[in-house]
Design a protein around this ligand. Structure first.
Ligand SMILES: [Zn+2]
Length: 583
């Protein structure tokens, strides 16, 4: 045990006998009718609170904010965000700028503090880059005296969309398994391999096939990200990297290469990569491995060996490869919108609860259909705007600060939250909890999968359900949500911490979970309109959204006022169990 569990102390979930037991504390609390008076009391209160570990506000004291959260208001805010006016809110469009400006204007109206500087209050800008490979990029392999096997771009290979321009580099290839160095999982594909000046040939994703999600879950790292693999190879001294695509994926055709389809990356992140990186088809990977002294191996056999034993099977290859990459690039502006409700406690205000939702969505399709993104994530963004008002409604302010963050570029790969985690306006080591709202407006609806024992989810059975993902890393958070939910009465589920869909790393909370911050993701589940133009405001369950935001309001008060913050727990004991099957 790390330290003592502090019982949730809202009157919404405190039984009468418990209330009586902490009567002395409550008597003092009731004096906190206004912020100045409360601040005056805190000097003498602090000692008592630290001794007892109990801190409380009564529901009555914060009920005005609670009742501000109403479905009618949510409906009009959400309808506006998911309207034609914002045209699908795609990053890089004028409407994305308009969305950010609208959110900032609400934060300003609610009197939130800006910590992003004076240039554009509340707006944290970040630069994204898109790169389209040029036709002069080349990859070839020296086979026999002077003879080269030249790979075909758009068929055998494609430069990675985040790679640097590179003059021709020449290096002997090494097969470096999955290209992963994971000390906490006691797994290293690069161990005992001479990497200096070599070209690493690596497989995509994680070892172990269907067990791969365990790697995310237990390590909280992006080991499967090709860019991470390239940076890992670079750190080991490699001169270049060839990432082999999975056997069921083909290299994108040259005709599909344009800025409309190009992947975006954070400029600050890709600038660190200096070695050329390419993707190659699995068939090409087979050729690279087979045309080698170690010809008794096939790529498939090597992969099977790693997957079955969950141990590296790296080896030097005989052949020399030549790589040259060249790109056309475009810069795109991303924007996070961040507003702070300063805490009222002179000491605890230095800590914060971070609540996020993403304001971007997918824009307009080539045939001019608007992706309205009502659930994804106008619902969560509406939540932020309504919370900004709710926390200003009553006479009290929470002890800790509350940071509201509307992330940009989530749909492009959590890029806004990634940028924030690298450049926080409120220190991460003082961020005690992160709560992400992404798709909180619908009733889960999906076909079942009998093979996995998953029942069909029907709209009419899920009018009151909310999933909370990430609580495996903080059982404290789960208990606080459960306790506060005694007033809101939602059906809470915790089924998405692991599983094939990998939900835990599919929204912005992931960037904070990776940093060891207790983080949860509130989510009402998938539905047939997910990432379709039909995700519209008329399909939202506003009554449920009201309950969700009221639950969040109560839980945030609880988190902000408790003396002891929630604990982060790496699920090691379970990981150790899984370790018998894992590397
Ligand atoms: Zn989405």
């Amino acid at each position: 045990m790390w330290f003592r569990w502090v019982k949730p102390s809202f009157s919404c979930h405190r039984h009468k006998d418990e209330a009586a037991r902490s009567q002395a504390s409550l008597r003092m609390e009731r004096h906190r009718v206004s912020t100045p008076q409360r601040l005056g009391l805190l000097g003498s209160l602090a000692t008592l609170l630290l001794l007892t570990g109990v801190h409380a506000v009564s529901f009555e004291e914060i009920s005005s904010g609670y009742h501000t959260l109403q479905s009618r208001r949510m409906q009009s805010t959400l309808q506006f965000l998911a309207s034609k006016h914002f045209n699908g809110r795609a990053t890089g469009t004028p409407e994305a700028e308009l969305t950010a400006a609208y959110i900032a204007s609400v934060f300003q109206r609610q009197g939130l503090q800006s910590l992003t500087g004076n240039k554009s209050p509340y707006i944290q800008e970040f630069e994204l880059v898109q790169a389209v490979p040029r036709a002069e990029s080349r990859v070839s392999v020296e086979i026999d005296e002077g003879a080269n096997l030249t790979l075909k771009m758009g068929e055998d290979f494609l430069p990675a969309p985040w790679g640097p321009d590179s003059p021709e580099i020449r290096g002997r290839m090494v097969f470096a398994g999955y290209g992963i160095t994971a000390p906490e999982l006691k797994y290293d594909d690069l161990a005992r391999l001479e990497m200096k000046g070599k070209i690493a040939v690596v497989l995509s994703k994680f070892p172990g096939g269907t067990k791969q999600t365990n790697w995310d879950f237990y390590s909280q790292k992006d080991y499967d990200e090709p860019l991470e693999k390239a940076l890992n190879a670079q750190r080991a001294g490699a001169a270049g990297i060839i990432v082999i695509l999975p056997s069921n994926e083909s290299v994108p055709a040259l005709s599909s290469l344009n800025f409309k389809n190009a992947k975006s990356s954070l400029s600050s992140e890709v600038e660190g990569l200096r070695i050329p990186a390419i993707f190659a088809s699995y068939q090409t990977g087979e050729k690279l491995v087979r045309r080698s002294r170690t010809s008794e191996h096939t790529l498939q056999a090597l992969q099977d060996k790693i997957d079955s034993g969950l141990k590296p099977a790296s080896l030097p290859l005989e052949r020399i490869a030549l790589i040259q990459t060249s790109y056309e690039r475009k810069k795109v502006q991303g924007r996070n919108v961040i507003g702070v409700i300063p805490g009222s406690d002179a000491r605890l205000r230095e800590e914060c609860i971070l609540i996020g939702a993403h304001h971007d969505h997918m824009g307009v399709s080539e045939n001019q259909e608007i992706y309205y993104g009502a659930d994804d994530d106008a619902s969560g963004t509406t939540g932020l705007l309504e919370l900004a008002e709710a926390f200003q409604a009553g006479p009290l302010r929470p002890r800790r600060s509350i940071v509201l963050a509307a992330w940009g570029a989530e749909e492009l790969g959590l890029l806004g939250s990634k940028h924030y985690a690298l450049n926080p306006v409120f220190p991460l080591n003082k961020t005690i909890t992160m709560i992400q709202l992404d798709m909180i407006g619908r009733n889960e609806q999906r076909p079942g999968d009998p093979a996995k024992g998953e029942p069909e989810e029907k709209d009419e059975n899920n009018t009151n359900t909310l999933s909370i993902a990430g609580s495996a890393f903080s059982p404290d958070l789960k208990q606080w949500f459960e306790a506060c939910n005694r007033r809101t009465g939602l059906t809470l589920r915790y089924r998405y911490d692991s599983g094939q869909e990998n939900l835990l790393k599919r929204s912005d909370h992931w960037c904070f979970l990776k940093a060891g911050i207790p983080s949860v993701f509130l989510f009402t589940g998938f539905h047939p309109d997910y990432h379709r133009p039909s995700d519209t405001a008329d399909k939202i369950n506003y009554e449920k959204m009201e309950r969700i935001l009221r639950l969040l309001y109560l839980s945030t008060w609880e988190l902000a006022d408790q003396t002891n913050p929630p604990r982060f727990m790496t699920p090691r004991s379970t990981a150790a169990k899984a370790g018998s099957q894992q590397p």
